[in-house]
Design a protein around this ligand. Structure first.
Ligand code: SAM
Length: 242
């Protein structure tokens, strides 16, 4: 793929690879939750995996990861990083549009979508969301992030009225989520989810390009009826050291 066809080519082609190496907060929570209690093989699906900060962290935690993205440069970075950190055997990359990915029923213990449902039109995002739910196991965990209508790149208020600096890749976002939209999806009875954390916020981003502001929505959820030892993050009431 050329740099003109891939809006993320430059961001992934430079030495200082976009988005850094720290996984999204929801992904770190999934790792903390599962590595403390579960054993055996766990499978994760990382949709819009980019250059792989989430995929690599999951693989290092023992997940067998399928990383899906349209960006060949991003996938190349994932393969390089996986090899460099010794988890190459746990990471499979797939160049695909998430709208055309083959979501197998009940396959994944964790599904990650860190800012990709906002890169496709709203109707498509809802269809992919339904496929995500269908592909999650009965004890599975879900970490979703999307840009909100508070983002300075948004075509909706209040973001469209913001004078804060916007992201170098804002042009690739086509579907800014209005307040409560992701929460309403997650609380539909048919979703069969229990929300562990949900947040709509503003944040400064220093992980790529000139510093800029984002409006973000984060969802961390698990299948209803499942109760791992979740003390939240940040942990407000840590156990007293014995
Ligand atoms: C903002 S980046 C986030 C990358 C990564 N999830 C992270 O947080 O580091 C969005 C990514 O979604 C990918 N993307 C956009 N639309 C896509 C689609 N329809 N199918 C698959 N990937 C897509 C882009 O190539 C890009 O790598």
């Amino acid at each position: 793929m050329t740099d003109t066809a891939d809006p993320f080519f430059e961001a992934y082609n430079r030495d200082d690879i976009a988005y850094g190496e720290t996984p999204a907060p929801g992904v770190q929570s999934i790792i903390d939750l599962t590595t403390s209690v579960e054993t055996g093989e766990r499978r994760a699906l990382d949709l819009g995996a980019g250059a792989g900060r989430d995929s690599i962290a999951l693989a290092k935690a023992g997940y067998r990861v399928t990383a899906v993205d349209l960006s060949e440069m991003g996938l190349e970075r994932i393969n390089q990083r996986a090899a460099m950190t010794g988890v190459g055997a746990l990471v499979t990359t797939q160049a695909a549009d998430v709208r055309h990915f083959d979501f197998e029923t009940g396959k994944y213990d964790a599904i990650i979508a860190t800012t990709v449902l906002d890169h496709i039109p709203a109707n498509d995002a809802q269809i992919v969301w339904t496929k995500i739910l269908n592909s999650l196991t009965q004890t599975g965990l879900l970490a979703i992030e999307v840009h909100s209508s508070e983002d300075p790149g948004s075509d909706l208020p209040p973001g469209c009225n913001s004078t804060a600096p916007k992201s170098e890749t804002a042009g690739a976002v086509v579907n800014y989520f209005p307040p409560n939209k992701l929460a309403s999806w997650a609380t539909e009875t048919s979703a069969d989810l229990r929300i562990l954390r949900y947040e709509e916020r503003l944040e400064w981003d220093y992980t790529h390009g000139p510093e800029h502001m984002h409006g973000k929505v984060s969802l961390l959820a698990i299948r209803k009826g499942t109760s791992p030892q979740w003390y939240g993050q940040p942990r407000m009431f840590p156990r007293r050291p014995s």
